[in-house]
Structure formats: C-alpha cells, structure tokens
Design a protein around this ligand. Structure first.
Ligand code: NZQ
Ligand code: ZN
Length: 385
C-alpha cells in the first residue's frame, strides 16, 4: 500500500427528513444564496423544505445552472454573490449544481480572471465562501469531495478543479429526494458511481486489501440495486444504498494508498465538452474499449474483478478478462446507457478533435502508468465506434 494522508471535513446528514438540519448548519444571521438547476427541485418539493429550514435568514435564489455547468453562467452568480455580500452558498440539486456552486464559492473571492482557476485546476484558489449542499442525484460524489468540473461553452472546454477550500461544510442526503429522478438520470448516476470505483480499483495491485474490498463492496451494491431503482423508483432502501454508495465512491476514501486511472473520465469530459453527451454516457462508451487496449497493464486487477465482482472463475485468463469486460458493458446497456459512439450519432471524424482537446488540456499522458497519450486515446475511441 502506498503512503497517504486522509481527512474529510464534510458533515453528512443522511436520511429522510434531514433537510431540516440545514437550520443548524447555516448561521442565523447569514446572507444565503441558494443555487439550483432547471427547476426539478421546485417541482419535487425539495426547495420548499430548504426554504422552510432557512426561515429567518436573508435568502437569495439563483435558478438556471445548466447540466455540465457553464462558466459563463457561474461568473454571473459569483457577481451576484459579491454584490449582495452573500456569506453562505447552498447548492440544491445534482452534481452540476453542486460543482457550479463550488466554483462560484472560489470565483467570488478570486482576484483576476476566474477561468485561471480551471487552467490551474484549482491549485491557485486561496479561499472560498462556505458551501453547503442538498444532493438530489446520487452520482458524482461532489457532495463530499473537493472537485468541480466546469464547461466554458464558448470554447467547448470542460475542465476539472480541485481545492480543499470548496469542500462542502455539510451535505444533506435524503434518498426521498431522488424518487423524482427520470430513469435516464437514475441510470447515469449508477453508471457514474460504478465508474468512480473502477477508476480507483482497476489499475494494478499494491496489496491494498481494505481499499480493494471496499471497492468490491460498492461495485456489488451498485450492480445489485441499480437495476432495481429503475423498476422501483420509490424503494427507499434501494435509493438509500445507491445514494450512500455514490458518495463513498468518490470522497477520497477509496483513492488513498492506491494508484488511480481517470483516463476514461478525461477522455469522457472531452466528449461532453465537444458533443454534449451526458457524462455517464461518455464513460459507458470509453471504458470497455479502454480495458481492451490496457488489458495487459491491468491484467491482475481485471482477473480479480472478474472473480470477486462477477464470480467468473472458469476459462483461460484471457477468456475471464473478456467475460468481465462484456459483463460490464452489459450492465451499462441494461441500465439503458448505450456503449457505442454510433449510438450517439458520432463517427470516426470526432477522433482527431478529441485528441486535439486532450493535447490542449493535459501536458502529461493519462492513466495510472501515464501512458495513455492522445494517440492511445484515439485507438480507444476507434474501438468504441
Ligand atoms: O437542472 P434540474 O432541473 O435540477 O434537473 C437535473 C438535470 O436536468 C436533473 N435532476 C437532478 N436531480 C433531480 C433531477 N430531476 C428530477 N429529480 C431529481 N431529484 O438531472 C439532470 C442532470 O443533473 P446533473 O446535475 O447535470 O447530473 P449529475 O449529478 O450526473 O452531474 C453531472 C456533472 O457532474 C460532473 C460531470 O462532469 C457533470 O458536469 N462530475 C463531477 C464530479 C465531482 N464533482 O467530483 C465527478 C464526476 O466524475 C463528474 O465529472
Ligand atoms: Zn464521473
């Protein structure tokens, strides 16, 4: 196991009725800006609960943070926060609202061009407004991590940032808020959280038994409950397990002491930035092909994944690896998330465009061995056609 430092400062309030806890978390005299997306939280009753919990505070609201949140919108929200002397930000929605609000928290106190925050991946953030979060879509783990992914629509650049300053002070996870998710977003969340685990698990062995078995526990839970959530959207136990699994999948617990891959995510972000695919769709397209291209480097972990997650023990090593890759693809397809570029109307013409964006955004090749160059990414995308 590699050496590491671990700490996580977000307080989690988990369970039905927990939105009321916001009243304990946000100071009574606070000037609060609630940020939300396209209106789902107005329809499903979440915002009513939030407003009730904030009674007595000075509250401003900003609706309209897009899926794959736009830099252009967020700088306006940061302006509003400064003008109104806001001292607490509350994100109410999915990962896009959470990420957007985290970026606003940093941008509101940033001297200079806020796009530099993304260019420097957040390393230049010195301070941020405090952020709280009511997460309504289990997927990204944004509610308990320091990441945000922001898109500049005018240039189609989608870039991540990472800063301890934007880590939510608290997050509310009420599984009942997810009952209203459309099947496509339930499926996206399942695929995204499954992929977060795989990015930190399917690399090479370092003798990290605890991290491996945490990862396998999360994968098995998501495999089991993901399809049930589509059939039974108001099954509390299923929604609760998926919600906690997606938080645990990306809150820096699994990543401690082990190598991380993240090439699928980075190639995927270019596909979203350029062509607007849902984040989870990009992952479902890229991963099966990436695993084929990187099967030699990932051999031992692929065999472990085949046996411990899918129970595949028969056949040669190559057959077991092939079977594990196909079972993964079949899971994504069963969730309704297609796994070929052609399914999204894309063909080979996109490959040089994606490779160019990767060259612009990443100085060093991707993957746990830093060997996924733009050329290798192109091979992966060819296999994904
Ligand atoms: O905008 P509203 O009206 O709220 O509707 C949203 C949106 O249309 C809807 N929705 C959310 N909760 C709902 C709901 N509809 C009904 N009932 C509910 N309870 O779902 C749609 C998608 O929402 P979005 O927030 O975009 O989805 P998600 O949570 O999957 O977030 C995706 C974004 O997060 C980034 C992605 O790149 C993408 O930009 N990621 C963030 C990460 C992080 N911060 O650590 C890591 C991830 O890998 C990912 O990159
Ligand atoms: Zn993701």
């Amino acid at each position: 196991m590699q050496s590491f430092t671990y700490w996580n400062t977000t307080r989690i309030h988990f369970g039905k009725g927990q939105i009321a806890r916001i009243s304990e978390e946000v100071p009574p005299g606070a000037r609060v800006l609630i940020a939300y997306g396209g209106g789902s939280v107005l329809k499903n009753g979440v915002m009513d609960q939030v407003r009730a919990a904030l009674a007595g505070r000075t509250v401003f609201e900003f609706g309209g943070i897009e899926a794959n949140p736009h830099f252009e919108t967020l700088v306006k929200v940061a302006d509003l926060a400064r003008t109104e002397k806001v001292d607490f930000l509350l994100a109410v929605g999915g990962g896009s609202v959470a990420d957007g609000t985290k970026f606003v928290a940093a941008a509101a106190l940033f001297e200079g061009d806020p796009w530099d925050i993304l260019l420097e991946r957040g390393t230049n953030v010195q301070a941020a407004l405090p952020v709280g979060c009511v997460m309504t879509l289990p997927a990204t783990g944004s509610e308990m991590n320091r990441n945000a992914v922001i898109t500049r629509a005018s240039t189609q650049d989608k870039l991540p940032m990472n800063s301890v300053h934007v880590m939510p002070r608290f997050s509310v996870l009420d599984p009942e808020t997810t009952y209203s998710l459309p099947p496509r977003q339930t499926a996206n969340g399942v695929v995204d959280s499954f992929m977060h685990v795989l990015e930190q698990y399917l690399t090479y062995p370092v003798g990290a038994k605890v991290q491996d078995r945490f990862a396998e526990g999360l994968l098995l839970t998501i495999l089991e409950d993901g399809p049930v959530a589509l059939r039974e959207p108001t099954n509390y136990a299923v929604r609760a397990n998926l919600m906690w699994a997606s938080t645990m999948a990306l809150n820096d617990l699994l990543s401690r002491g082990v190598p991380g891959d993240w090439a699928t995510h980075r190639i995927g972000h270019e596909l979203t930035g350029l062509y607007g695919l849902d984040h989870a769709a990009t992952l479902a397209v890229v991963l099966p092909s990436l695993l084929k291209v990187k099967r030699a480097q990932k051999r031992e972990k692929l065999l472990q994944y085949a046996e411990r997650v899918f129970g595949i023990t028969a056949g040669s090593e190559d057959e077991r690896i092939d079977a594990a890759i196909e079972r993964t693809r079949a899971f994504f397809e069963a969730m309704g998330v297609k796994t070929r570029l052609a399914d999204y109307g894309l063909d080979a013409r996109i490959i040089p465009e994606v490779a160019n964006k990767l060259r612009q955004h990443w100085q060093v090749p991707l993957g746990e061995h830093r060997d996924v160059t733009p050329e290798v990414a192109s091979n992966i995308l060819e296999l994904a056609l």
